[in-house]
Structures are given as C-alpha cells and as structure tokens.
Design a protein around this ligand. Structure first.
Ligand SMILES: [Zn+2]
Length: 415
C-alpha cells in the first residue's frame, strides 16, 4: 500500500523527544509540566522556538492575522498541501504533550524528509494554531476556527481575557500579529497526532487510536419546584416531592442511555435538594444532565426521550420544572478513508489499533467540514491530561509519529 520510495522512512524519536523537552522549558513549572497560556510571554518564547526550528528546516514561515503559525514545505508539484497541525498553548497546569506533540511530530516529518532527500508530490504544511485550549480566551480552538472561517476574524481579535486584555493587542505585544489572511492555505487533507487524554488505549493495551470523530455534547440544567412539607404527617398521595422527581429523572436518564445504546452516554452529575434535611420533603431540586454521542441523530433522540420522561415524571408528581441549556456541540465525524489509512498504516507497522471517538475537542474538528481529516491518538498514562503529571512513553510517541509520517506521505503522494 505504501510507496516504495518512502515506506522505509522512520522518525528519529530522540530528535522528536529532544524538541518536546526543549519546548517544555518555555513556561516550565516547578515539579514538571508547563504553563504557556495563549499570547502570554511564555507563549511568545515557545512560538519563537518553533519558528526557529521551522526556519532551520528551510520552511517558508507565515503568521496570519490571528497568529496561527504555518511552515510550508514545497512539493514536487504546486498542489494543495497536506496539513499537519495542532497547538502549543497550554492550560495553566499543562503537560508537555497536549498539542505540542502534534506540532513537533509535524516538524519531525519534515526533518525526516530533509535527511532522506525525498520530496513528496504535494507540499506539506506544519501548523500551530492560536489559543486551542481556551484557557485564557474563550472560545477554545479559536485560531483554527478563524482559519476555517467558522469564527469571524474581527470578532476573534476583539475577544478579551478575564483581566480585560484584548487578543489583537496581545498578538501585537508578543510580535505575532501576522500579515497573512487566515485560511490562506487550502488543505488537501488534515492530520493531527495527539495524546488521548483519556484512559481507553492504556486500559485496553492498544498503542494507536484511529480517531473516528469527536463526540457531540449536550448539557442541560433542570430546576424542579415542589412543595416542602413534614415527612411524618404528609400522606404519600398528597406529596409534591421535588427530591423524588429529581431521583426519578436520574433513573430515567440511565434508562434513556440504555434504550438508545450504541455509545450513548448520559450522566446526572449534579443533584442538589433544598432544604436537604432528613425529615423534610424537598421543596426544590437542581440537577444537570450531560449527554454525549458521536451520532447527532441519536443525541437528538436522547434529548427528546429525556424531555418526554421529565415532563411525565413532573406531571405525575405535581411539580413544576424549568430547563436551561448549558452547552451544546454537534458531533464531528472524520473522513472514513483517512481513518482507515491511519489504521492500515499502524497495523503495517505492527501496532495494535483501536478505532475510537474523542471525548475532547481538537483543532482537527475545525478542518473536518472542509477537507478529509483524521487524528492519531497515543496512550496517556493513567488517562491524565491538563495536569503536570501528563505522560506518554517514548515508545508510544515513536509509534504515533511513525504512523503520522507514513499516513501523511501516503496522502502527499496522491495526485
Ligand atoms: Zn490539545
């Protein structure tokens, strides 16, 4: 399946790990981990380091108006490029791998090509997007959203952090308010190598995740109002018990998840009663329902079924309720051929593969609507991320980067 002229190429894991550790010095925290909030002084240091590496590798570097960094390697022909992207901003207590691995594995792919002298048919672009984490500026995935046009540039530039600092001014201050128009590159396809940030691969003993998509999320808060009364003197038939209704909703939520099946998950994570006393029928209850599914139709079906259940429960108990949407994101499906390619390459390299969806958001999902897109996951030790303890073994990093290399070159040889 792979091309004879590049199928024997392999990444240099020492070089890749060396760059990961070097980048981890910018914003290094005591005890490990890194704080490199978007557009901070530490982010500038990290960006400078990545730009230096891009230039050393002979890439043409562009910075766009929202500060996205792109390093461009020409191909044998002037076709649309294969893009390898992720982010180098972190949360305040971040690890060395989240995002950074995807960008630096992209640079490692370029390093391998430079060493071997192999020039792919299509250009290759390595991209680092601004403010993926959303830890300093909301929304998250901001740079990739502007690049793909799902967030307007002017709106994004005017966004402030919690201290009132504006993106446009912070970009200028750190020297990354670029000239290029966001979206100036028209990608042929998009790859993102990322740490899983969850426990599945490690628990299942698998080395590579071929990511099929990103789950849709639906968060709703319900407030149920009943009548508070004496626990001893109020006959059961005369009760309007908000606590009973809330408990019934939690049971119904589990039933809905089981009915829909097929990866539907439902969680009632908050269930607070008022007054919350041993001998008083609860007057009110506040609960939240978190529903997730990779399939939008199924997610909508789950939302509708639960709404019906809640209406019936509250009617039967004679209590009133209100609902409020806290978050709603549609699922994103990645390109099946790209997912298959990642799985095939991984198996050819003797790696065990699991097809899985992502529970977290990533820059890749901004590209999925516009070009064939997929992600490669590598295991996160203990499923820990957004934490200074975040760790992925050198062996797993090497395996993931080699899958990225071969999958990217396979696409880069397509006419
Ligand atoms: Zn990330």
């Amino acid at each position: 399946m792979t091309h004879p002229t590049f199928s024997n190429l392999r990444i240099d894991s020492d070089r890749l790990l060396g760059r990961l550790m070097s980048l981890g010095q910018d914003g290094a925290l005591e005890g490990g981990g890194v704080c490199r909030l978007a557009l901070s002084d530490k982010d500038k240091l990290g960006r400078d380091r990545v730009v230096d590496w891009m230039k050393e590798l002979g890439l043409r570097v562009t910075i766009d108006k929202i500060g996205n960094l792109m390093g461009f390697l020409p191909g044998r022909e002037d076709l649309s490029p294969v893009v390898l992207g992720s982010h180098i901003d972190t949360v305040a207590t971040g690890g060395l791998y989240d995002g950074n691995l995807g960008v630096l594995a992209g640079l490692e792919v370029i390093s391998v090509l430079k060493d071997s002298g192999f020039v792919p048919l299509r250009p290759i672009v390595v991209a680092a997007f601004t403010n993926e984490e959303g830890a300093r500026f909301a929304p998250d995935m901001l740079g990739s959203a502007v690049d793909r046009g799902s967030l307007d540039l002017e709106t994004a530039l005017a966004i402030k952090d919690s201290d009132g600092f504006v993106i446009a001014e912070e970009l200028a201050r750190i020297g990354y308010a670029g000239e290029a128009e966001p979206g100036h590159i028209d990608p042929y396809c998009f790859f993102e190598l990322h740490v899983e940030q969850g426990p599945v691969l490690e628990e299942e003993g698998e080395q590579i995740g071929a990511v099929t998509g990103v789950q849709g999320i639906s968060w709703t808060e319900y407030v149920i109002e009943g009548i508070s009364n004496h626990a001893g003197t109020t006959p059961m038939r005369l009760r309007h018990d908000a606590g009973f209704a809330a408990a019934s909703v939690a049971v119904a939520a589990r039933k809905v998840a089981e009915e829909i099946g097929d990866g539907q998950v439902v969680t009632v994570g908050v269930n607070e009663l008022n007054p919350n006393l041993v001998n008083v029928i609860a007057r009110s209850a506040r609960l939240t329902v978190d529903m997730r599914n990779i399939d939008e139709q199924k997610l909508q079906q789950a939302e509708k079924r639960l709404a019906e259940e809640i209406a019936a429960i509250c009617k039967a108990e004679g209590v009133r309720y209100t609902s409020r949407t806290l978050a709603r994101f549609e699922p994103v499906m990645f390109d099946q051929n790209m997912v298959d390619l990642i799985a095939d390459v991984a198996m050819e390299q003797g790696r065990s593969v699991r097809c899985m969806s992502s529970g977290a958001g990533h820059d890749a999902q901004m590209f999925a609507p516009v070009c064939p897109t997929a992600m490669v996951f590598v295991p996160s030790q203990g499923g820990i991320s957004h934490n200074i303890e975040e760790y992925t073994s050198p062996e797993d990093i090497k395996a993931g980067a080699n899958v990225l290399l071969q999958a990217a070159l396979t696409k880069a040889e397509e006419k």
